[in-house]
Design a protein around this ligand. Structure first.
Ligand SMILES: [Zn+2]
Ligand SMILES: [Zn+2]
Length: 191
């Protein structure tokens, strides 16, 4: 067994945004598509709520940026997320070669060649997120469980510190039962 063999795929999935970025760049090099990596930028989006990824083209400089959505990665897991990366690489390939990109016939053929999904993937952003105040532990929640409504009684799942609860859409946060009640009240229908 080769000693320089590196762990890949789901065995060691990226756990931070930096790791995801690194892994995506490495992974992209293994995809058999003629994209110039020196003209490709990569970034992570924390704001996208529906799209798992995006490919942005600067008509002035010709620069292509692949933007990957952190929340989508969290929902899909690495294996499925590689489909998003391949999809965005097909956009990058079209932009670099033709200066435009869509989901037409040319896209469809190239996507099939690299086993990429034809359509941009959507995901559902979680409603709530628990975020440790000391380490980078986070956990997604969809409903107002005790971890959400009584956060002072629970602790971070990794280091045991306090955590805050974030309402993803509004950005509101709280750390106590009282804070939860205020947020819930203010948010009303937007909960
Ligand atoms: Zn697309
Ligand atoms: Zn922690």
């Amino acid at each position: 067994m080769a000693t320089d063999e590196r762990p890949v795929g789901d065995e060691y999935p990226p756990e931070t945004r930096e790791q995801l970025l690194e892994r995506a760049v490495d992974y992209a090099r293994t995809v058999p598509i003629d994209v110039d990596p020196t003209d490709l930028e990569w970034e992570i989006s924390d704001r996208a709520k529906r799209r798992a990824g995006a490919c942005i083209y600067d008509h002035g400089t010709g620069r292509v940026t692949v933007r990957l959505t952190w929340d989508a990665y969290r929902e899909f897991g690495w294996e499925e997320f590689t489909g998003t990366i391949r999809h965005e690489l097909v956009h990058a390939w079209e932009f670099q070669r033709f200066g435009e990109s869509g989901h037409g016939e040319r896209f469809r053929e190239k996507a099939a060649a690299v086993d990429a999904p034809r359509h941009c993937q959507a995901f559902a952003a979680p409603r709530l997120r628990l975020v440790c105040t000391d380490c980078d532990w986070t956990a997604d929640r969809h409903r107002a469980s005790k971890a959400v409504s009584r956060p002072a009684e629970r602790r971070c799942g990794s280091c045991g510190s306090r955590y805050r609860v974030e309402h993803v859409d509004s950005g509101r946060t709280w750390r106590t039962r009282a804070g939860y009640l205020v947020a819930r009240n203010r948010l009303g229908d937007e909960w």
